[in-house]
Design a protein around this ligand. Structure first.
Ligand code: PEP
Ligand code: MG
Length: 329
């Protein structure tokens, strides 16, 4: 199997009926970078910048952040990288960041909330990203956006920082593409405003699932109870894909479900054409894509999702569909 995946590395992720899919990888550490080449990923769809902060014993200095991002960009070469601004809080603890004890840290002072309340911290990171991207495109997204105004405020901080750099004679990126992660359910009812504001969207299905199902993503007692293949979740994801398409804005999924062939197959069936996953998942997902025909899958998913079958039915039906069509999932 591994050998077979290695051979697929330079083959395109295209379905039998000719539909191309962009497969990117998630990363966060320098040691992840060689995987970009080895896996044949089209780019880094999610770079978790908090990892550098989590392995440090104090806030990384601006120069250290910049050097780190420059190293990532350098290693990626021509392949695009989507950086995510600091997503600490919740389960991602920084020992040197003093914060109050929270009853529900996953729903607490984390991610962009922390960034907006401690703008110096966010500004330092944005400055580091801007300076590391001089002369090329910077792609950046903000985590845990709950209201569109938060995206706007973060964007304003970035714009100010960029103007500041220019005023002081520093180089800046050729272009900045700004996105939001969609991982808080409230955004599902702000899609028009959101899609008008952003350059792209990335669905954080791990958190979106946890909040939609009111189930701690790390709680093993709940792990088998709710299924991302439930019609409720797939309807929400489909709505996002449809809306993004209507607005002409790129959308991808960067949670764990992207890296599971059966779940990834369902995502393609409801309209996604861009997925970001652990590098080791690219081979298996690509072989699924290359074996399948999209048009009949879309029709099957429409039936399953619209008729509101139970989650386990969707899973069983999709497995059967894959088996009948010789698709490895
Ligand atoms: C997610 O929530 O799906 C996601 C990709 O971000 P993280 O797992 O880092 O919270
Ligand atoms: Mg998340």
């Amino acid at each position: 199997k591994q050998e077979q995946y290695r051979k697929l590395k330079d083959e395109p992720a295209v379905t039998q009926d000719g539909v191309g899919v962009s497969l990117q990888m998630n990363a966060g550490l320098i040691m992840d970078l060689p995987r970009l080449e080895e896996s044949g990923a089209a780019g880094i769809g999610l770079f978790r910048t908090e990892l550098q902060f989590m392995i440090s014993s104090a806030f990384p200095k601006q120069s250290e952040q910049q050097a780190f991002y420059a190293q990532v960009i350098e290693a990626a070469g021509d392949k695009p990288v989507i950086f995510r601004s600091l997503d600490v809080g919740g389960d991602k603890v920084l020992p040197y960041l003093r914060s109050q004890k929270e009853e529900n840290p996953a729903m607490g002072w984390r991610a962009i909330r922390l960034g907006l309340d401690r703008p110096a911290l966010l500004r330092t990171q944005l400055r580091s990203l801007l300076r590391a991207s001089v002369g090329r495109e910077l792609r950046l997204m903000f985590p845990m956006v709950t209201e569109v105004s938060e995206f706007e405020r973060a964007k304003a901080i970035l714009t100010r920082e960029q103007a500041h750099l220019e005023r002081h004679g520093h180089g800046v990126p050729t272009r900045v593409m700004l996105g939001a992660m969609l991982e808080v359910p409230a955004l599902l009812w702000q899609l028009d405003e959101l899609l008008s504001a952003v350059d792209f969207l990335s669905v954080g299905s791990n958190d979106l699932m946890q909040f939609m199902m009111a189930s701690d993503r790390g709680n093993t007692r709940l792990a088998g109870r709710y299924d991302p293949l439930s019609p409720a979740f797939l309807r929400a994801l489909r709505k996002v894909a449809d809306k993004a398409k209507a607005y002409g804005k790129p959308v991808s999924v960067c949670g764990e479900i992207s890296g599971k062939p059966l779940e990834a197959m369902a995502l393609l069936g409801i309209g996604y054409r861009s997925l970001s996953m652990a590098s080791a998942a690219i081979g298996p997902v690509k072989s699924m894509i290359r074996a399948m025909e999209l048009a009949p899958l879309e029709a099957r998913l429409k039936e399953l999702v619209d008729q509101g079958s139970s989650a386990s039915d969707v899973r069983t039906e999709l497995r059967a569909w894959a088996a009948a069509h010789n698709i490895p999932v």
